[in-house]
Ligand binder design. Sequence first.
Ligand code: IMP
Length: 206
Amino acid sequence: MTRKFIENSAVIASHNLGKVREISKLLVPLGITTISARELGLAEPDENGQTFIENAEIKALAAAKGSGLPALADDSGLVIPILGGDPGIYSARWALDPNGKGGSFTSAVKKIKHSIEKMGATSEGQKASFACALSLCWPDEVIISFEGFVHGSLTFPPRGNKGFGYDPIFIPENHQLTFGEMDPIEKHQISHRAQAFKKLIGLCFN
Ligand code: IMP
C-alpha cells in the first residue's frame, strides 16, 4: 500500500529557486509548510543516476536524511528519440558554458539542431518529449516516485520568451504555440511536471 503524506511540513530538495517556487505552490494549498534544501544549508548530492527517477530519488533521499523531514525532489529534461534520448538527464548540463557555469540555452539549442542534422535527419518537426520524475522520501527512507511526460515536436529558430530552458523550441502535440509562447497557466495544465504532480497528489495526498 502507498504511504500517505500526513505530516505538515516538507523539504523541497532543490537548490533551484524556480523549482522550489513551483513545488511549494503545489504543497502550500494542501496546508503543508515548505522549506528548501538550500535554506537548511544541505549539501547538493551528486546527480549520478542513469534515469530521471534515479536522480530525483538521490536528491529526495539526501534531503530527507539530512533534515529528518519528508523531502520532495524533481528531475526533468528534454528527450529527443533520434538522439538516443539526449539531452535527457543531461539537459541542464548541455546548457552550461565551457567553464561549467550559467545557462546558455542558445548554444544548447544550436547543439540539438546540429546533432539532428548531422544524422541526416530534419530538425524541424522532429519528435521530442519533456519528462519529469518526482520523488517523495521520508526520513526512514521509504520512497515513492512518479513520472510525467508531455509529447510534441521541435521547431527552429526558438519562439517566445514566456518560459525557460528549452521551452521556445518545443511545441506540444495538438498545439501550434511553443511552450515559450504559451501562457504559463496553459503550460502548467499539460506539462510533464503537472502530469507527475497529478499522480503524486492522487496517490499520497488523498
Ligand atoms: P534538472 O535541474 O537536472 O532537473 O534539470 C532540468 C533541465 O531540463 C532544466 O535546466 C531545463 O534545461 C530542462 N527542462 C526541464 N523542464 C523544462 C521545462 O518545463 N521547460 C524547459 N526546459 C525544461
